[in-house]
Design a protein around this ligand. Structure first.
Ligand code: IPE
Ligand code: IPE
Ligand code: MG
Length: 243
């Protein structure tokens, strides 16, 4: 526990967030949806800072799902531009704060210039880091699991792997980021009670925290409230109550 955040108790080492409600936040104010995404980017900075301060080692943010490609072309283009702009503006800060950037999802579907920017920051930030920011981009959990199954099947067919040895660990090892521990806490903003194809495997035992607050209004205070709520949960993993 860090001195700056007293009374937090046990802090999850990995927090995953479904950042939802940008469009509704904008609509409420009579603004175009992209303004909600822009304000949401400020929440990313605030939460990133708060997570680092609290001692969270991994923060995974759902920024764009495989399903989000069906949104209007100008919204998709606006989001991709915003991401590129965000990286340009803040990558130096990431490096200074020892934050490593990683991406999970179909990077090959992203515009080439954005991909290039992501790769540059990922490479630079991998050298010296204390915290990891994982951005799920063009990410879909069923696709991730299907790809893992394909990779395992290929190894079995070539004789590299005995099908009889395939177990949970084998599947976990073939997901996008096998070295990252499972999130202990999932936060979803804007009140929706669903996973929307996010980390279905990895969230098996995560505590779920849903708040009605729209993502652009979710800042340090709200993040700390979620950590506090996490602390109140009795995690049993299928066992009996011990406290
Ligand atoms: C989340 O906000 C951001 C993305 C999915 C990219 P939404 O854009 O889904 O906002 P709502 O759900 O329409 O309010
Ligand atoms: C989930 O939000 C995806 C991201 C936050 C990137 P959506 O707004 O796309 O999810 P649904 O449509 O409400 O399930
Ligand atoms: Mg939404």
């Amino acid at each position: 526990m860090k001195a700056e955040v007293p009374n937090l108790g046990k802090v999850p080492q990995h927090v995953a967030i479904i950042m939802d409600g940008n469009g509704r936040w904008a609509k409420q104010r009579g603004l175009p949806r992209i303004k909600g995404h822009e304000e949401g980017a400020q929440s990313v900075l605030a939460v990133l800072k708060a997570a680092k301060k609290a001692g969270v080692k991994y923060l995974t943010l759902y920024a764009f799902s495989t399903e989000n490609w069906i949104r209007p072309k100008d919204e998709v283009e606006g989001l991709m531009k915003l991401l590129g702009f965000f990286l340009e503006k803040h990558s130096r800060e990431f490096l200074k704060n020892k934050i490593r950037l990683r991406v999970m999802g179909q990077i090959e579907r992203l515009p080439a210039d954005l991909r290039q920017k992501l790769e540059t920051v990922m490479e630079k930030s991998a050298k010296d880091y204390e915290h990891t920011l994982i951005v799920a981009l063009s990410y879909g959990s069923r696709l991730e699991i299907a790809e893992a199954a394909r990779a395992i099947a290929r190894k079995a067919a070539s004789g590299e792997l005995d099908p009889e040895t395939v177990n949970e660990e084998t599947v976990a090892q073939h997901l996008y980021l096998p070295d990252v521990p499972d999130p202990e806490l999932l936060i979803r903003t804007s009140g929706e009670m669903r996973l929307s194809n996010f980390l279905l495997w990895q969230l098996s035992y995560a505590e779920l925290y849903v708040t009605d607050i729209f993502w652009p209004d979710f800042r340090e205070k709200e993040f700390l409230q979620a950590l506090e709520a996490f602390n109140q949960r009795g995690r049993r993993y299928g066992g009996v109550v011990t406290q």
